[in-house]
Design a protein around this ligand. Structure first.
Ligand code: KIV
Length: 266
């Protein structure tokens, strides 16, 4: 029997000074393999808008799409904590609509949701979601859903003052019940300072090595998504090359009559 990762497991990892891994997944078999590989948290990131659906930004996906990807991933996972990224505008209109939308993901076997940003409303929402049995992963620093208000892909928390402001917001989210915090595109020094001053684990997305965990987009790690790779991503494979090679060889075999062979027919 596999021991499931829970929000408490992650808090205990932080307390013991160890690290945990977070990777995105969008489909059943990828989720199954990365779970088998020992990844601790699997995030159905709204980055799927770009990697799986070919849109330009994360703004283009909605609750219905996230539900389909959530249930596919959740069916493939035994051990990791499954977290669904709540899409743009699915949690902003009001608390009851937000609870409804987030609750849909839990019904589909996600174990938690991720929501971006900070405001008084978001703090209230984190509290209400947590009280409703929906654990929340918070997300500060660069928050892609705020791309237009932030004025582009910009590093956040560069000065001590800016790092203090992120820490202040993070402490409020922590007090409201958030169980972890993604810090995206924050300088390493600021992320270290924020991490050392929080009791919940921080998850670096381009925020350096001092966070309690690291997250990357699976398509970047596998070398599958070729449109753009952020500076902070590390490519561990060449899935684009593998797909091209397999598809070209199949194409050649079909056109030359080498496929199917005797053993591949009834
Ligand atoms: O959408 C996503 O994949 C994310 C992570 C990279 C943090 O939000």
């Amino acid at each position: 029997m596999v021991k499931k990762v829970t929000v408490n497991t992650l808090k205990n990892i932080k307390s013991s000074g160890e690290k945990f891994s977070v990777l995105t997944a969008y489909d059943f078999s990828t989720a199954k393999y990365i779970d088998e590989a020992g990844i601790d948290v699997i995030l159905i990131g709204d980055s799927l808008a770009m990697t799986a659906l070919g849109y330009e930004t994360t703004h283009s996906v909605g609750v219905d799409e996230m539900k389909i990807f959530t249930s596919a991933v959740a069916r493939g996972v035994e051990r990791a904590l499954v977290v669904t990224d709540m899409p743009f505008l699915s949690y902003h209109a009001d608390v009851s609509i937000a609870i409804q939308n987030c609750g849909e993901m839990i019904k589909l076997d996600a174990n938690a949701v991720k929501i971006e940003g900070y405001s008084e409303y978001i703090v209230t929402l984190v509290k209400r979601l947590t009280e409703s049995g929906i654990p929340v992963m918070a997300h500060l620093g660069f928050t892609p859903q705020f791309l237009n208000t932030l004025g582009g892909y910009k590093i956040q928390g560069k000065t001590q003052e800016a790092a203090d402001e992120i820490l202040r917001q993070a402490k409020e989210l922590q007090a409201a019940g958030a169980f972890s915090l993604v810090l995206e595109m924050v300088p390493e020094k600021s992320a270290k300072y924020i991490t050392e001053n929080l009791s919940i684990p921080t998850i670096s997305c381009g925020a350096g090595k001092y966070c309690d965990a690291q997250v990357l987009v699976c398509d970047d790690v596998f070398g599958k998504y070729s449109e753009f790779t952020p500076k902070f991503a590390r490519k561990y494979g060449d899935m684009r090359g593998l797909i091209l090679d397999c598809a070209k060889r199949f194409d050649t075999d079909v056109k030359s009559g080498k496929f199917p062979s005797e053993s591949e027919v009834f």
